[in-house]
Design a binder for this molecule. Structure first.
Ligand code: PMP
Length: 404
């Protein structure tokens, strides 16, 4: 993945690979003035150590943000983290011992798999369809793991505008999933960085809104403000939150006070809900450009999900094609994507491709999808001629570290 992102960042390549937010759409002058004021007027605090749990004022603001998704929370139960990525790591650190079972959606967020691997978890992935994870499959998985003598410790889910599939757990299934987890006594880890980037209607109700004791909720300002600030959070039941604060203290002493005050001031003084509306229109236009060009250019037997928010479309290639083997051909045609295999812990996903529409312009998206469609068509012709999928021809080299 690292090699891929380095190649994908070359200017001649249209990258539909990384899920970078389009921070260029932010009011930079306003943010600059706000940051400058924080240093000149509140430098004594902003440049000082803070508490491991995070700035109390920001934690109050975070409660307001979460109320948009039906969550009623106490600022005391929030831990501010270095992006939600750190929250994911801390929760795993306190719950998962080597060999413990962690259940995730299949496919799931690649860097969550990295965290679980780092903690030597035994990852089990449960099937998804276009309405999200399948409750019956989840119940069966929990029962099987319990019968094997290693009951699941966590169920990690990105229920809304999932990374990588772009699908959303339906309202009907939300209660079923909570019920299945409650009965099995498994803690839900709800990762929700995209929930407020919805392209129609109202935001989805968070799982946490309906089960304060059974869900640890992870949130982030990376997609709704800026990932460079590295401000995310965990909302957890009090006894879990206390352990998370201790774990955070040993991991980083305190989070950047400056970054926290920046987010706090932004939320208190700027029209952040209007800015969210602008992000939604911009990303919706890019999503539409991607869906229209997939429909216009892709061969008949290619299918894809239709995301109602977030950054990603999940494409299923025709039988016999291999997204990993196809990647060098796509890069030669100057378009990049992430092969589906990155999102499974066991090498599955070869017929899938994750496309992101968050960063390139609509024109670049159309160009990129057209180039990719030509590559897919060419691979189909080769498959038909050879009777099998073509193999990779190149290795790429690089040392970039951008993942998202
Ligand atoms: N969870 C998911 C599903 C993500 O897609 C990402 C970022 N791509 C993260 C967590 C981490 O986000 P951050 O650390 O920037 O808040």
């Amino acid at each position: 993945m690292r090699s891929l992102f380095a190649v994908a960042s070359r200017p001649e390549i249209v990258s539909l690979a990384g899920g970078m937010p389009n921070v260029g759409a932010l009011p930079m002058d306003t943010l600059g003035a706000l940051m400058s004021e924080i240093v000149t007027r509140h430098g004594g605090t902003a440049l000082q150590y803070g508490s491991a749990q995070g700035d109390p004022g920001l934690r109050e603001q975070i409660c307001e943000v979460m109320s948009l998704e039906g969550i009623d929370a106490d600022p005391d139960d929030i831990l501010v983290t270095v992006g939600s990525q750190q929250a994911l790591d801390l929760v795993t650190r306190i719950f998962v011992n080597p060999g413990d079972a962690v259940v995730t959606e299949g496919p799931t967020y690649v860097t969550a798999l990295g965290v679980f691997a780092a903690h030597q978890a035994h990852v089990v992935q449960v099937g998804m369809d276009r309405a999200g994870v399948v409750p019956e499959d989840l119940a069966e998985t929990f029962a099987r793991l319990a019968a094997e003598g290693r009951p699941a410790k966590l169920f990690y889910t990105v229920p809304t505008f999932q990374n990588p599939m772009g699908v959303t757990l339906s309202s009907g299934r939300r209660h079923q999933i909570l019920d299945v987890c409650r009965r099995a006594g498994v803690l839900v880890l709800e990762d929700n960085p995209y929930g407020l980037l919805h392209y129609s209607s109202e935001p989805m109700r968070a799982l946490r809104a309906d089960d304060p004791d059974g869900v640890v909720y992870l949130g982030s300002f990376s997609k709704t403000l800026a990932p460079g600030l590295r401000v995310g959070w965990a909302l957890a039941p009090a006894e879990v939150r206390r352990k998370l604060v201790l774990a955070a203290e040993s991991a980083m002493l305190s989070h950047s006070t400056f970054a926290q005050l920046t987010v706090d001031r932004y939320l208190r003084t700027q029209p952040w809900q209007a800015q969210l509306g602008e992000f939604r229109s911009m990303y919706r236009a890019r999503r539409d450009a991607m869906l229209q060009s997939l429909a216009a250019y892709m061969p008949q037997d290619v299918s894809w999900t239709i995301p109602d928010g977030g950054f990603f479309v999940w494409v299923t290639l025709p039988d016999g094609l291999d997204s990993k083997a196809m990647l060098p051909h796509a890069l030669a045609a100057r378009v990049a994507y992430v092969p589906g295999t990155g999102f499974y812990s066991d090498g599955r996903g070869r017929r899938h491709v994750r496309l992101s529409f968050s960063f390139p312009s609509p024109d670049d998206i159309r160009d990129g999808v057209r180039r990719l469609a030509e590559v897919v068509g060419e691979q189909e012709r080769l498959r038909d001629a050879l009777g099998c999928a073509p193999t990779p021809t190149k290795r790429f080299m690089s040392n970039s570290i951008h993942l998202s």
